[in-house]
Design a protein around this ligand. Structure first.
Ligand code: ADP
Ligand code: NA
Length: 339
Protein backbone atom coordinates (compact mmCIF):
# COMPACT_ATOMS: atom_id res chain seq x y z
CA UNK A 1 0.00 0.00 0.00
CA UNK A 2 1.14 3.55 -0.64
CA UNK A 3 2.52 5.19 2.47
CA UNK A 4 1.96 8.71 3.72
CA UNK A 5 3.97 10.63 6.27
CA UNK A 6 2.83 13.95 7.70
CA UNK A 7 3.15 15.93 10.89
CA UNK A 8 2.10 18.99 12.87
CA UNK A 9 4.36 21.00 15.16
CA UNK A 10 3.44 21.19 18.85
CA UNK A 11 4.02 24.92 18.98
CA UNK A 12 0.76 26.49 20.13
CA UNK A 13 -3.00 26.33 19.94
CA UNK A 14 -4.25 24.23 17.07
CA UNK A 15 -6.67 26.17 14.92
CA UNK A 16 -9.16 25.88 12.11
CA UNK A 17 -6.37 26.23 9.51
CA UNK A 18 -4.57 23.21 10.94
CA UNK A 19 -7.85 21.31 10.92
CA UNK A 20 -9.03 22.16 7.39
CA UNK A 21 -5.53 22.28 5.86
CA UNK A 22 -4.06 19.19 7.50
CA UNK A 23 -5.83 17.17 10.16
CA UNK A 24 -9.13 16.75 8.32
CA UNK A 25 -7.19 15.46 5.32
CA UNK A 26 -5.33 13.01 7.58
CA UNK A 27 -8.69 11.49 8.50
CA UNK A 28 -9.80 11.18 4.86
CA UNK A 29 -6.49 9.69 3.70
CA UNK A 30 -6.44 6.89 6.27
CA UNK A 31 -8.84 4.80 4.17
CA UNK A 32 -6.63 4.68 1.09
CA UNK A 33 -3.10 4.85 2.45
CA UNK A 34 -0.86 3.39 5.09
CA UNK A 35 -0.62 6.56 7.24
CA UNK A 36 2.03 7.74 9.65
CA UNK A 37 1.07 10.91 11.54
CA UNK A 38 3.74 12.49 13.67
CA UNK A 39 3.86 15.16 16.35
CA UNK A 40 7.06 16.86 15.21
CA UNK A 41 8.61 18.03 18.46
CA UNK A 42 12.18 18.00 17.09
CA UNK A 43 11.02 20.59 14.57
CA UNK A 44 9.28 22.59 17.28
CA UNK A 45 12.50 23.29 19.20
CA UNK A 46 14.15 24.94 16.21
CA UNK A 47 12.54 27.95 17.91
CA UNK A 48 12.38 28.34 21.70
CA UNK A 49 9.66 26.30 23.45
CA UNK A 50 9.02 26.44 27.17
CA UNK A 51 9.42 22.78 28.31
CA UNK A 52 6.17 22.50 30.27
CA UNK A 53 4.18 24.04 27.44
CA UNK A 54 5.89 21.84 24.88
CA UNK A 55 4.87 18.73 26.82
CA UNK A 56 1.23 19.88 26.93
CA UNK A 57 1.23 20.84 23.27
CA UNK A 58 2.61 17.47 22.21
CA UNK A 59 -0.39 15.87 23.88
CA UNK A 60 -2.71 18.48 22.37
CA UNK A 61 -1.63 17.67 18.82
CA UNK A 62 -2.08 13.94 19.41
CA UNK A 63 -5.48 14.63 20.99
CA UNK A 64 -6.48 16.70 17.95
CA UNK A 65 -5.62 13.84 15.59
CA UNK A 66 -7.71 11.47 17.68
CA UNK A 67 -10.63 13.85 18.24
CA UNK A 68 -10.80 14.60 14.51
CA UNK A 69 -11.15 10.91 13.77
CA UNK A 70 -7.68 9.55 13.01
CA UNK A 71 -7.96 5.89 14.01
CA UNK A 72 -4.94 4.71 16.03
CA UNK A 73 -5.68 1.10 15.04
CA UNK A 74 -5.37 2.00 11.38
CA UNK A 75 -2.68 4.73 11.52
CA UNK A 76 0.52 5.30 13.45
CA UNK A 77 0.32 8.34 15.75
CA UNK A 78 3.57 9.13 17.55
CA UNK A 79 6.00 11.73 18.77
CA UNK A 80 9.08 12.35 16.62
CA UNK A 81 11.66 12.52 19.43
CA UNK A 82 10.68 9.01 20.54
CA UNK A 83 11.99 7.45 17.34
CA UNK A 84 15.79 7.97 17.18
CA UNK A 85 15.98 7.21 13.45
CA UNK A 86 14.72 10.72 12.64
CA UNK A 87 17.68 12.49 14.22
CA UNK A 88 20.22 9.90 13.09
CA UNK A 89 19.10 9.93 9.47
CA UNK A 90 18.93 13.73 9.57
CA UNK A 91 22.64 13.83 10.43
CA UNK A 92 23.47 11.70 7.42
CA UNK A 93 21.31 14.02 5.30
CA UNK A 94 23.15 17.04 6.71
CA UNK A 95 26.12 15.52 4.95
CA UNK A 96 24.22 14.84 1.71
CA UNK A 97 22.39 18.16 1.28
CA UNK A 98 24.43 21.08 -0.06
CA UNK A 99 24.64 24.50 1.59
CA UNK A 100 23.51 26.07 -1.67
CA UNK A 101 20.27 24.08 -1.50
CA UNK A 102 19.51 25.24 2.03
CA UNK A 103 20.36 28.83 1.16
CA UNK A 104 17.50 28.81 -1.33
CA UNK A 105 14.84 27.86 1.25
CA UNK A 106 12.42 30.77 1.54
CA UNK A 107 10.85 29.58 4.80
CA UNK A 108 14.16 29.93 6.65
CA UNK A 109 14.41 33.50 5.44
CA UNK A 110 10.84 34.21 6.58
CA UNK A 111 11.23 32.56 9.98
CA UNK A 112 14.70 33.91 10.74
CA UNK A 113 13.67 37.37 9.59
CA UNK A 114 16.15 40.17 10.13
CA UNK A 115 17.93 38.32 12.92
CA UNK A 116 19.52 35.66 10.75
CA UNK A 117 22.67 35.43 12.84
CA UNK A 118 20.56 34.70 15.91
CA UNK A 119 18.52 31.89 14.31
CA UNK A 120 19.28 28.37 15.55
CA UNK A 121 21.38 26.09 13.36
CA UNK A 122 18.43 23.68 13.67
CA UNK A 123 16.10 26.11 11.92
CA UNK A 124 18.57 26.24 9.05
CA UNK A 125 18.85 22.46 8.60
CA UNK A 126 15.15 21.87 9.33
CA UNK A 127 14.45 20.72 5.74
CA UNK A 128 17.05 17.95 6.13
CA UNK A 129 15.18 16.69 9.20
CA UNK A 130 11.95 16.81 7.23
CA UNK A 131 13.59 14.67 4.54
CA UNK A 132 14.62 12.21 7.25
CA UNK A 133 11.05 12.13 8.65
CA UNK A 134 9.71 11.06 5.29
CA UNK A 135 12.51 8.78 4.12
CA UNK A 136 12.90 6.94 7.44
CA UNK A 137 9.64 5.23 6.43
CA UNK A 138 10.25 5.26 2.69
CA UNK A 139 6.98 7.14 2.38
CA UNK A 140 5.69 7.39 -1.17
CA UNK A 141 3.41 10.41 -0.68
CA UNK A 142 3.34 13.52 1.45
CA UNK A 143 0.27 15.75 1.69
CA UNK A 144 1.56 19.31 1.41
CA UNK A 145 0.24 22.82 1.27
CA UNK A 146 1.83 25.50 -0.92
CA UNK A 147 4.20 26.47 1.91
CA UNK A 148 5.87 23.05 2.09
CA UNK A 149 6.36 22.41 -1.62
CA UNK A 150 9.91 23.73 -1.65
CA UNK A 151 10.90 21.51 1.29
CA UNK A 152 9.45 18.47 -0.42
CA UNK A 153 11.54 19.27 -3.51
CA UNK A 154 14.57 19.24 -1.23
CA UNK A 155 13.57 15.80 0.08
CA UNK A 156 13.49 14.57 -3.50
CA UNK A 157 16.91 16.13 -4.17
CA UNK A 158 18.38 14.49 -1.08
CA UNK A 159 16.98 11.07 -2.00
CA UNK A 160 18.32 11.45 -5.53
CA UNK A 161 21.78 12.57 -4.45
CA UNK A 162 22.03 9.82 -1.84
CA UNK A 163 21.02 7.20 -4.42
CA UNK A 164 23.44 8.63 -6.96
CA UNK A 165 26.43 9.06 -4.62
CA UNK A 166 26.13 5.58 -3.15
CA UNK A 167 25.14 3.89 -6.40
CA UNK A 168 21.84 2.59 -5.09
CA UNK A 169 18.11 2.93 -5.61
CA UNK A 170 17.43 2.70 -1.92
CA UNK A 171 15.25 5.76 -1.39
CA UNK A 172 11.99 6.31 -3.27
CA UNK A 173 11.38 9.69 -4.87
CA UNK A 174 8.42 10.91 -2.89
CA UNK A 175 5.40 12.48 -4.59
CA UNK A 176 3.42 15.43 -3.24
CA UNK A 177 -0.29 15.07 -2.64
CA UNK A 178 -1.34 18.63 -3.30
CA UNK A 179 -4.27 19.63 -1.16
CA UNK A 180 -6.98 21.96 -2.39
CA UNK A 181 -6.21 25.67 -2.30
CA UNK A 182 -9.55 26.30 -0.59
CA UNK A 183 -8.00 24.75 2.51
CA UNK A 184 -5.72 27.76 3.02
CA UNK A 185 -7.31 29.64 5.89
CA UNK A 186 -6.37 33.26 6.55
CA UNK A 187 -6.34 35.28 9.77
CA UNK A 188 -9.72 36.60 10.96
CA UNK A 189 -8.10 39.98 11.60
CA UNK A 190 -6.05 40.37 8.43
CA UNK A 191 -6.93 38.63 5.17
CA UNK A 192 -3.34 38.93 3.95
CA UNK A 193 -1.91 36.77 6.76
CA UNK A 194 -2.24 33.02 7.27
CA UNK A 195 -4.20 31.88 10.30
CA UNK A 196 -1.36 30.68 12.52
CA UNK A 197 -0.56 29.28 15.94
CA UNK A 198 2.20 31.82 16.28
CA UNK A 199 -0.02 34.88 15.71
CA UNK A 200 0.05 36.78 19.02
CA UNK A 201 -3.62 37.79 18.57
CA UNK A 202 -5.93 34.99 19.73
CA UNK A 203 -8.80 36.78 17.94
CA UNK A 204 -7.03 36.04 14.64
CA UNK A 205 -7.87 32.34 14.80
CA UNK A 206 -10.57 29.85 15.73
CA UNK A 207 -8.83 27.40 18.04
CA UNK A 208 -9.93 23.78 17.82
CA UNK A 209 -10.72 23.98 21.54
CA UNK A 210 -12.71 27.25 21.47
CA UNK A 211 -16.18 26.95 22.99
CA UNK A 212 -19.38 28.22 21.28
CA UNK A 213 -19.17 31.69 22.87
CA UNK A 214 -15.58 32.25 21.76
CA UNK A 215 -16.37 31.04 18.24
CA UNK A 216 -19.39 33.35 18.05
CA UNK A 217 -17.47 36.35 19.34
CA UNK A 218 -14.47 35.83 17.07
CA UNK A 219 -16.63 35.42 13.97
CA UNK A 220 -18.77 38.43 14.91
CA UNK A 221 -15.61 40.55 15.25
CA UNK A 222 -13.87 39.07 12.19
CA UNK A 223 -12.79 41.76 9.76
CA UNK A 224 -15.07 42.20 6.74
CA UNK A 225 -15.83 44.98 4.28
CA UNK A 226 -18.89 47.16 3.83
CA UNK A 227 -20.21 45.68 0.58
CA UNK A 228 -22.91 43.04 0.29
CA UNK A 229 -21.87 39.45 -0.31
CA UNK A 230 -20.84 38.59 -3.89
CA UNK A 231 -22.63 36.16 -6.18
CA UNK A 232 -21.35 33.32 -8.39
CA UNK A 233 -20.70 35.72 -11.29
CA UNK A 234 -17.33 36.62 -9.68
CA UNK A 235 -16.13 33.07 -10.31
CA UNK A 236 -13.90 32.17 -13.21
CA UNK A 237 -13.97 29.12 -15.45
CA UNK A 238 -14.94 25.88 -13.71
CA UNK A 239 -16.26 27.76 -10.69
CA UNK A 240 -12.86 28.76 -9.34
CA UNK A 241 -12.15 31.98 -7.47
CA UNK A 242 -9.41 33.97 -9.20
CA UNK A 243 -6.51 35.58 -7.34
CA UNK A 244 -7.62 39.04 -8.40
CA UNK A 245 -11.14 38.63 -7.02
CA UNK A 246 -9.74 37.26 -3.78
CA UNK A 247 -7.27 40.12 -3.41
CA UNK A 248 -10.01 42.70 -3.85
CA UNK A 249 -11.96 41.36 -0.83
CA UNK A 250 -9.60 39.03 1.07
CA UNK A 251 -11.55 38.93 4.35
CA UNK A 252 -14.89 38.30 2.67
CA UNK A 253 -13.58 35.42 0.58
CA UNK A 254 -11.72 33.97 3.53
CA UNK A 255 -14.95 33.66 5.53
CA UNK A 256 -16.84 32.34 2.52
CA UNK A 257 -14.04 29.85 1.84
CA UNK A 258 -14.19 28.66 5.45
CA UNK A 259 -17.94 28.18 5.07
CA UNK A 260 -17.46 26.22 1.83
CA UNK A 261 -14.79 24.00 3.39
CA UNK A 262 -16.75 23.35 6.59
CA UNK A 263 -19.93 22.53 4.66
CA UNK A 264 -18.13 20.58 1.90
CA UNK A 265 -19.78 22.69 -0.76
CA UNK A 266 -18.49 24.41 -3.88
CA UNK A 267 -17.88 28.14 -4.32
CA UNK A 268 -20.78 28.25 -6.77
CA UNK A 269 -23.24 26.83 -4.25
CA UNK A 270 -22.05 29.01 -1.39
CA UNK A 271 -22.01 32.25 -3.39
CA UNK A 272 -25.45 31.49 -4.78
CA UNK A 273 -26.80 30.95 -1.27
CA UNK A 274 -25.59 34.26 0.17
CA UNK A 275 -25.58 36.55 -2.88
CA UNK A 276 -26.55 40.12 -2.01
CA UNK A 277 -26.92 39.47 1.71
CA UNK A 278 -25.39 41.31 4.67
CA UNK A 279 -22.37 39.97 6.51
CA UNK A 280 -24.26 39.99 9.81
CA UNK A 281 -26.62 37.28 8.58
CA UNK A 282 -23.86 35.22 6.94
CA UNK A 283 -21.72 35.41 10.07
CA UNK A 284 -24.55 33.95 12.13
CA UNK A 285 -24.91 30.99 9.76
CA UNK A 286 -21.13 30.52 9.70
CA UNK A 287 -21.01 30.59 13.50
CA UNK A 288 -23.62 27.84 13.77
CA UNK A 289 -21.72 25.67 11.32
CA UNK A 290 -18.32 26.30 12.95
CA UNK A 291 -19.74 25.46 16.37
CA UNK A 292 -21.35 22.29 15.01
CA UNK A 293 -18.05 21.10 13.48
CA UNK A 294 -15.53 22.32 16.07
CA UNK A 295 -17.67 21.85 19.19
CA UNK A 296 -17.62 18.07 19.56
CA UNK A 297 -13.94 17.88 18.60
CA UNK A 298 -12.99 20.59 21.07
CA UNK A 299 -14.89 18.84 23.84
CA UNK A 300 -13.17 15.56 23.04
CA UNK A 301 -9.79 17.34 23.14
CA UNK A 302 -10.64 18.88 26.53
CA UNK A 303 -11.64 15.46 27.81
CA UNK A 304 -8.31 13.98 26.67
CA UNK A 305 -6.43 16.90 28.24
CA UNK A 306 -7.90 15.71 31.54
CA UNK A 307 -6.66 12.16 30.89
CA UNK A 308 -3.04 12.50 29.70
CA UNK A 309 -2.33 8.82 30.41
CA UNK A 310 -4.69 7.87 27.57
CA UNK A 311 -2.90 10.03 25.00
CA UNK A 312 0.52 9.03 26.33
CA UNK A 313 -0.43 5.38 25.85
CA UNK A 314 -1.40 5.97 22.21
CA UNK A 315 1.87 7.85 21.61
CA UNK A 316 3.90 5.10 23.25
CA UNK A 317 2.44 2.29 21.18
CA UNK A 318 2.66 4.50 18.08
CA UNK A 319 6.39 5.03 18.71
CA UNK A 320 6.89 1.27 18.96
CA UNK A 321 5.20 0.72 15.61
CA UNK A 322 7.12 3.60 14.01
CA UNK A 323 10.42 2.28 15.38
CA UNK A 324 9.69 -1.14 13.96
CA UNK A 325 9.57 0.40 10.47
CA UNK A 326 12.28 3.05 10.75
CA UNK A 327 14.98 1.12 12.59
CA UNK A 328 15.63 -1.51 9.89
CA UNK A 329 15.61 1.22 7.23
CA UNK A 330 18.19 3.20 9.22
CA UNK A 331 20.33 0.08 9.64
CA UNK A 332 20.32 -0.45 5.87
CA UNK A 333 21.31 3.18 5.34
CA UNK A 334 24.17 2.85 7.80
CA UNK A 335 25.33 -0.23 5.96
CA UNK A 336 25.20 1.60 2.61
CA UNK A 337 27.17 4.53 4.07
CA UNK A 338 29.86 2.22 5.44
CA UNK A 339 29.24 2.49 9.21
P1 ADP B 1 1.24 26.81 12.04
O1 ADP B 1 1.62 27.55 10.80
O2 ADP B 1 -0.10 27.23 12.55
O3 ADP B 1 2.32 26.84 13.09
P2 ADP B 1 2.17 24.21 11.22
O4 ADP B 1 3.30 24.86 10.52
O5 ADP B 1 2.50 23.32 12.37
O6 ADP B 1 1.07 25.30 11.65
O7 ADP B 1 1.32 23.42 10.17
C1 ADP B 1 0.68 22.21 10.43
C2 ADP B 1 -0.16 21.84 9.23
O8 ADP B 1 -1.29 22.74 9.18
C3 ADP B 1 0.55 21.99 7.90
O9 ADP B 1 0.13 20.92 7.05
C4 ADP B 1 0.09 23.29 7.35
O10 ADP B 1 0.08 23.34 5.94
C5 ADP B 1 -1.34 23.37 7.92
N1 ADP B 1 -1.72 24.76 8.12
C6 ADP B 1 -1.20 25.63 9.02
N2 ADP B 1 -1.80 26.83 8.95
C7 ADP B 1 -2.73 26.73 7.96
C8 ADP B 1 -3.70 27.64 7.40
N3 ADP B 1 -3.82 28.87 7.87
N4 ADP B 1 -4.50 27.19 6.42
C9 ADP B 1 -4.39 25.92 5.95
N5 ADP B 1 -3.51 25.02 6.43
C10 ADP B 1 -2.69 25.40 7.42
NA1 NA C 1 4.15 27.03 10.41
Amino acid sequence: MKRIFSGVQPTGNLHLGNYLGAIRQFVALQHDYDCIYCVVDLHAITQWQEPGELRDQIRQVAAAYLAAGVDPQRCIIFNQSQVPAHAELAWIFNCVARLGWLNRMTQFKEKAGKHREQASAGLYVYPNLMAADILAYKASHVPVGEDQKQHLELTRDIAQKFNHDYGTEFFPIVEPLILSAAARVMSLRDGAKKMSKSDPSDASRLNMTDGPDEVAQKIRRAKTDTELLPGPDVLGAEGTLGEEARKARPEAYNLLGIYAALSDRSWTEVLAEFEGQQFSHFKQVLTDLAVAVLGPMGEEMQRMAGDPAYVDGILRSGAEKANAIAEPILRDVQDIVGF
